[in-house]
Design a protein around this ligand. Sequence first.
Ligand SMILES: N[C@@H](CCC(=O)N[C@@H](CS)C(=O)NCC(=O)O)C(=O)O
Length: 198
Amino acid sequence: MPGACSLAPHIALREAGLPFDLEKVERSKKTQSGADYLAINPKGAVPALGLDDGQVLTEAAVIQQYIADKVPGKKLAAAAGTTERYRLQEWLNYIASEIHKGIGQLFNPVMPDDYKEAGKKGLAAKQFPYLDKALAGRNYLLGDFTVADGYLFTVLNWTNLHKIDLSAFPNITAFTKRVSERPAVQDAMKAEGLLKAA
Ligand SMILES: N[C@@H](CCC(=O)N[C@@H](CS)C(=O)NCC(=O)O)C(=O)O
């Protein structure tokens, strides 16, 4: 689903340099090849990753770690069992539960406007100041690029659609620009029709 949270594992696949096929999911829950998406992921949400053995993996934070672990040399995630890996998981869980769902809920067409405004105020008062401080003096959340950065970039990208002004958070805006300029991110966004192909 172009621009949805599925962009994060899509970026991870390109950063990893792994071969993959993209399959678009329509709002009707049919895939572009006519399959019933609910039969693929009964939760109905993207992303879902079909594995070579026929299994389907869901949940963005988990799929991204699966992809990262396929190519340890790319260091998209620290090795399992290390403290650094738990730090990565700490970020992935925070992004999933606070930022992804915090901004994602604003897409709900039946959510009342005052509820949306309260959600935006909460992000601006609590989560964005925290993120801006965490990014001070570093290029990426954990120093070097990991899947958490692709995930955070993907969900922060939605602030544009919801007219959420991030100009008071210079480290966040520098981060999103930095991530957006990575070749894998550019390629993923072009493939999803979010950027014009050169
Ligand atoms: N818990 C899931 C949530 C994924 C999610 O929220 N996907 C959204 C797009 S960003 C979606 O497909 N929404 C449509 C639906 O749930 O029917 C995850 O973290 O991967």
